[in-house]
Design a protein around this ligand. Structure first.
Ligand code: SF4
Length: 282
């Protein structure tokens, strides 16, 4: 199956988002997901273009709102494999509230954040994930703010699958996306996806020099919440691999009674019910 729709991406040469796109396509191929059973929803930003490059259902939503759209799609038709994606500004500035509630709600879908620690599409200003001291046109004296730690936020909010990838470590990223899609619940992947045009600090080489690979740590226990927290703090969030996963039941499996039947499988011809209702008032 071909998961590319043959549209040529307009990302800058070298942008980390190319690797995320290829990794998602490779993961879909590995899992043999029929394109008509895959929905990719994106937000706004350079990363938001990804939904337009997949041979799948695509929904390029509005800024910070990919998660509400994606969760709705999954709830209406749980047989679909649903992947939401967006940038760090999309998910952790305007969309922060949706992100936190998605973590705790645990709907069975995957959220990939293409994190370049900057706003690329709007020409390079600081994002909530930019490092303290980061100099851009919007922070000419360096950012004085403390960046959000996405993995800590995810763990604290009750996420059941938390992982990080790096665009240059594509084999690992494909493996993480496969496991994230297989996870029965909400899976969150924070991908370090360098912006080669505007972020001259957090470059490919910078990440190679700083990232710890959890796959090289045989004693890393992904089901241990406290150890996951400790590992995040110990590495200052600079790692790749699956940090944490548990088997808490997903949202849909907890729905009671008839609501456990998906909307697309329900009899939506409610006219007879309406007639019955009206008869009660006659
Ligand atoms: Fe990628 Fe940055 Fe170019 Fe946007 S501006 S396409 S994030 S390299």
């Amino acid at each position: 199956k071909d998961y590319s729709n043959q549209t040529t991406p307009t990302w800058c040469p070298g942008c980390g988002d190319f690797s995320v796109l290829r990794s998602l396509q490779a993961a879909a191929a590995h899992l043999d997901i029929e394109p008509h059973n895959l929905a990719v929803v994106s937000g706004i930003g350079c990363s938001g273009r990804i939904s337009g490059y997949m041979n799948a259902y695509g929904f390029h939503s509005i800024h910070g709102r990919s998660l509400p759209v994606a969760q709705s799609i999954k709830l209406v038709n749980p047989k679909l494999t649903v992947v939401a994606s967006g940038g760090d500004g999309d998910g952790f500035a305007i969309g922060t509230a949706h992100t936190i509630h998605a973590f705790r709600r645990n709907i069975d879908m995957t959220y990939i954040v293409m994190n370049n620690q900057i706003y690329g599409l709007t020409k390079g200003h600081t994002s909530p994930l930019s490092q303290t001291g980061f100099v851009t046109k919007s922070t000419p004296y360096g950012s004085i703010e403390t960046p959000i730690k996405p993995g800590i936020l995810a763990l604290a909010a009750g996420a059941t699958f938390v992982a990080q990838g790096f665009s240059a470590y594509q084999d690992q990223l494909v493996d993480i996306i496969i496991k994230a899609i297989q996870h029965k619940g909400f899976s969150f992947i924070n991908v370090f996806s360098p912006c080669v045009t505007f972020n001259k600090t957090n470059t490919y080489q910078w990440f190679r020099d700083h990232l710890v690979n959890l796959d090289d740590e045989p004693n890393h226990a992904i089901g241990d919440f406290q150890k996951a927290m400790n590992k995040y703090i110990e590495t200052d969030g600079l790692f790749t691999g699956i940090l944490y996963q548990n088997t808490n039941p997903d949202y849909y499996s907890k729905l009671p009674g008839e609501r456990g039947t998906s909307v697309v499988e329900q009899d939506l011809d409610i006219r007879h019910k309406f007639d019955e209702l009206m008869e009660d008032f006659m």
